[in-house]
Structure formats: structure tokens, C-alpha cells
Design a protein around this ligand. Structure first.
Ligand SMILES: [Zn+2]
Length: 432
């Protein structure tokens, strides 16, 4: 057994009984002692409340902030770390599609393994313990990418839980390929069906067919929708209507949903009511949205200052009781040139971009417990008896410190092992 003394844990990630006293909204934490037995948390008590266990090792966290292992609920491990050879020179969405389409000829097994493996080592070092990656899928080359991801899932089992979701066009579901791609992905252990949907007359039929395929196979769906500043992009609304129309009973998650925040207020609120009725979870991708949305340099000769942050209506969704997570999305590829799978940094950026400091206590859930629930890993992302013992111990003692230095060193506790992981060197990737 390992006893962790004096851990400053975000109140929202503790059992309700430990967070029942008034919580300071500026520093919403509770000083705790934790008992770890094997791979699970056995007990959590207010600091000083666990007594002495023998024989047990003890670790004094000294009042440092302690988070559960992070959950990165939406990434693209097949595209990651390609920026150096496939940069997006226009920095636009279309430019990103073209750059990565051209790069796909390099996606050999070894190339995918090296880039995605590097990403997993980075994520591990930063304290992430569950990752859901979308995987570009077509009947021609989906097999290789899914096979590599399944191999990495086996390689990382016990350290990082790696989930996969196939990414294809929504129109594929109206062809025989849709079912083939779904089955290809599920054969390699996919956790949900996915797709990139755009507005079209066929959209309701595409969604109905996809939901029927998912329902037949007993899996949920995790979709890319409305990644633009076009107020007429309302795929999210169509997804909610399709879910309600078909009484789809499995988990539904929609990523991006950017255009919701540029729509007429009443219209957006009525869409939010539909999302709530359909029990759809939302994953916001703030870093990628900030990078790609409101780019106005393509049409102009010179870059223009962005005026819109690009994110969805995070507060309105939360106010409506809708589960909202935040995640990395693309990292060092044509959709987003930066990133390091550091969820402390994604959290800090999300707080700044969406003003989540106005609800700091619950904000921690976007990269922990809510993210875990949305992707079906409810024993991750919280610090409570029975949860997985995955802990990230920061140097920071206060939220203000953590949010100011989200890249600062940390140590990790996995099961009863205390370790100081190191991020890999980018130089490993530079020769390809
Ligand atoms: Zn994505």
C-alpha cells in the first residue's frame, strides 16, 4: 500500500462527502490523504484523517496540487507530427485537408508507429492515461492505420488506454463502404463509429444510416461537426434531431461545434435544448479552433487579426447541464501546428480562452472526469475509492501557479509506483 499525504486535490474530482464544506471558488481544492492499493485508490480522507497503516510506504505531497491522470478525449495520432514535412502554408481548413491528403503517401506502418508512438510517450510523460484517437479511414488504406493503432493499444496496455474511432466522410455511410469501414474499425477494436459531417440535403439520411449501423453493432458515435464560423452550419442540430428520431440509445459525442457560437441567440439556445434532450456530449478543441477559425489570410494578401476565438458556446452548454470536455485535437500537423499532448496546457488554454476561471471548480472536469465519462471510462479522471490509481503531482500548490506554468515538471504515481517521466526529444522526428 502507498499512502499519499497532504495532496491538494481539486474538489470537483473528489467524492461529494469530502467536498461538502464551503469551497473557495478561487482555490477550489481540498487537502487530502490518499491510500493506494495495487492499481486502485482504496481510501480518501481529509489530510491527517487516514492514520498510519503498516506496512505501507508513504509519500508526502507537501500540499502540491494532485490531479487524477488526464483524459485526452479527441486527438489524431495518425496525422500528428507531420508539420515539418507537410506544413499548411495557407493555415486554412482547406489547406490542412490538402496538405495531409498529399502526406498520406508517407503513412507506412513504420511512419505511423514512430509518430504516434512519440505522441504517446509525450502524453505519458505529461500524465495522460486515456486517449481517444480518430483515425482517417477509407476502404483503401484504413486497414494499415487501424492495425498500427491496435498494435500501439496492446503495447501501451496498463499504462495508457488507447481508444480508436474511424473518421470518414458522412456521405460514405450512404454507400456500401460505410458499413465496410465501420466493420474494419471495429475489427481492430474501435470504441465508437465516427465521421466528418457537413451540411447537405443528404445529411439526415447519412446520420440515420450511421446511427442504424452503430445501433446494430452496439457502439456509440463520436462525430466531427460544424468546424467553421458559418452560422448556417447546423450539423449539430441535425445530429440531435437524428438521435431523437431514431431513439438511439448509445453514447453520442460531437466535437468542435464552433458555428454554434456565431448563430442567432434564440436559434443556438433551441439547438442546445435539442442536444440536452438527445443527451449528446460535447468535446471542445480550443487550441485547434483558435488556430484555424477566423483565419482571414487566405483571401487577403496579408494576414488579418482574428476577431473570434473559434470555440463553441461552452458556458451555455454547461449551464444547460450538458457534459462538456476539452481535448488536444491535432498536434503538430496541418490542422494545428503546435501542441505536445500536455493536458495541463490544454486545460490552461481552455480556462483562458473560454473564461473557465469564472467556474474554476467545475472546470477541471473538462480534462478529467467529464472527459472520462464521455468516452466510457468512468473509473478514470477522479480521485475516489475504487478509481484507478493514476495521479499527477504538480510542483504548483495553487491553481494560479499551475495555470501560469502548465509545462512545469510533475511526477506521476501509477498504481503504487512513483516516477518522474521525461518527454521525448523532438530531434527524434526531425530526420524524416
Ligand atoms: Zn478532430
Amino acid at each position: 500500500m502507498l499512502i499519499v499525504r497532504c495532496a491538494r486535490v481539486p474538489a470537483a474530482l473528489l467524492p461529494a462527502r469530502l467536498a461538502s464544506a464551503p469551497i473557495d471558488p478561487i482555490e477550489p481544492t481540498v487537502l487530502c490523504d490518499l491510500a493506494v492499493e495495487g492499481s486502485r485508490i482504496k481510501a480518501v480522507a481529509p489530510a491527517g484523517g487516514l492514520g498510519h497503516h503498516s506496512p505501507a510506504r508513504e509519500f508526502d505531497a507537501g500540499g502540491s496540487l494532485v490531479f487524477p491522470g488526464f483524459i485526452d478525449a479527441h486527438v489524431h495520432l495518425d496525422k500528428t507530427h507531420t508539420w515539418h514535412r507537410a506544413p499548411n502554408r495557407s493555415r486554412t481548413f482547406i489547406g490542412a485537408l490538402q496538405a495531409l491528403s498529399d502526406d498520406k503517401s508517407h503513412w507506412s506502418e513504420a511512419d505511423l508507429q514512430r509518430r504516434a508512438g512519440f505522441a504517446l510517450r509525450s502524453a505519458w510523460a505529461h500524465g495522460t492515461r486515456v486517449i481517444r484517437t480518430h483515425v482517417d479511414t477509407s476502404t483503401q488504406w484504413g486497414e494499415r492505420s487501424h492495425s498500427v493503432m491496435a498494435g500501439l493499444r496492446r503495447e501501451w496496455a496498463g499504462r495508457i488506454t488507447l481508444q480508436t474511432v474511424p473518421l470518414c466522410g458522412g456521405n460514405d455511410y450512404l454507400t456500401a463502404d460505410g458499413e465496410k469501414m465501420a466493420d474494419l474499425a471495429l475489427r481492430h477494436g474501435a470504441s465508437a463509429l465516427g465521421g466528418y459531417f457537413t451540411m447537405s440535403d443528404d445529411l439526415p439520411a447519412q446520420l440515420d444510416r450511421m446511427l442504424a449501423i452503430a445501433q446494430e453493432r452496439g457502439v456509440g458515435v463520436d462525430l466531427h461537426v460544424d468546424e467553421s464560423g458559418n452560422p448556417r452550419a447546423e450539423c449539430l442540430r441535425f445530429v440531435a434531431e437524428a438521435v431523437l428520431r431514431s431513439s438511439f440509445s448509445l453514447p453520442v459525442v460531437c466535437g468542435h461545434c464552433c458555428s454554434l457560437s456565431v448563430q442567432d441567440h434564440a436559434r443556438a439556445q433551441s439547438t442546445i435544448a435539442l442536444i440536452r434532450a438527445a443527451r449528446i456530449g460535447i468535446i471542445s478543441l480550443p487550441d485547434c479552433n483558435l488556430y484555424l477559425q477566423d483565419r482571414r489570410c487566405a483571401a487577403a494578401q496579408f494576414p488579418r487579426t482574428p476577431l473570434w476565438r473559434g470555440i463553441t458556446l461552452v458556458h451555455d452548454l454547461m449551464d444547460a447541464g450538458i457534459a462538456v470536455a476539452c481535448a488536444s485535437d491535432n498536434v503538430r500537423d496541418a490542422f494545428h501546428a503546435f501542441g505536445d499532448y500536455n493536458l495541463a496546457e490544454v486545460f490552461a488554454h481552455s480556462v483562458r480562452l473560454a473564461h473557465l476561471d469564472a467556474r474554476l471548480e467545475e472546470s477541471v472536469r473538462v480534462v478529467t472526469s467529464t472527459a472520462a465519462e464521455l468516452i466510457g471510462e468512468p473509473d478514470h479522471g477522479r480521485i475516489a475509492p475504487g478509481a484507478w490509481a493514476r495521479l499527477v503531482v504538480f510542483e504548483a500548490h495553487r491553481f494560479s501557479e499551475l495555470l501560469s506554468r502548465p509545462r512545469s515538471p510533475r511526477l506521476c504515481i501509477d498504481a503504487e509506483e512513483i516516477h518522474h517521466p521525461h518527454t521525448p526529444d523532438f530531434a527524434e522526428l526531425n530526420d524524416r
